[in-house]
Design a binder for this molecule. Structure first.
Ligand code: PNS
Length: 188
């Protein structure tokens, strides 16, 4: 019998409980699942690729058939390279649908043999996104229950460092906007 390998591509900046929920669901229907982190030089991520990889590896260590990898270029090219037959994507709400449909159809145009499979995360994660996690954490809100404990800790560390850096620049007489902190510059 043919084994079905799928990739789950994304930015995962940071990985959330919603991602983990989808990974768990994907691991049950595919023989092999590769969580594939996009190396996107245009974005200004909170976490480096290596950090995201480490967090995802720790989060998925309990799944025998899940691995973590990084890629650049087209998702379909990466899928072909690793001999995957499907792309797994999550749909949380109708608002995700248009973008996801567009992407799935473009990927099908580029590589007709590759299927996109959509899964819904648990309802309790339907409002959850990496962008909101970053925003809430940066503004001092709690991200408990939104991300695994290890990710929460890493996000806190990142933000503390960014705050310290911004405070140091302020006490050196610079306005926050003059500072070089990535945290300060980041668009929320
Ligand atoms: O977690 P994200 O940011 O929603 O993931 C988006 C991702 C990485 C799946 C998408 O941007 C992507 O596939 N990028 C790789 C470049 C590519 O293949 N572009 C054409 C997609 S139709």
């Amino acid at each position: 019998m043919k084994r079905i390998k799928a990739i789950y591509p994304g930015s995962f900046d940071p990985p959330t409980n919603g991602h983990l929920d989808l990974i768990e669901r994907g691991s049950k229907i595919f023989d092999e699942l590769v969580v594939a982190i996009l190396r996107n030089p245009e974005k200004n991520p909170l976490f480096s690729l290596a950090d995201r990889r480490k967090m995802l590896e720790a989060m998925t260590s309990g799944f025998d058939n899940v691995s973590v990898d990084t890629f650049d270029g087209l998702t379909v090219d990466y899928a072909l390279r690793v001999e995957a037959r499907a792309i797994l994507r999550g749909i949380r709400a109708i608002s995700d649908y248009e973008y996801e449909l567009q992407m799935a159809l473009m990927n099908r145009k580029l590589q007709p043999g590759l299927e996109t499979v959509f899964m819904m995360p648990a309802e309790k994660y339907s409002y959850l996104s990496s962008r909101l996690v970053r925003e809430v954490a940066q503004l001092g809100g709690s991200i408990e229950c939104l991300v695994p404990d290890l990710v929460e800790q890493r996000v806190r560390e990142k933000i503390d460092v960014a705050h310290k850096f911004a405070n140091r620049e302020q006490s050196a007489g610079k306005t926050p906007s003059e500072g070089k902190s990535k945290f300060r510059k980041k668009k929320l």
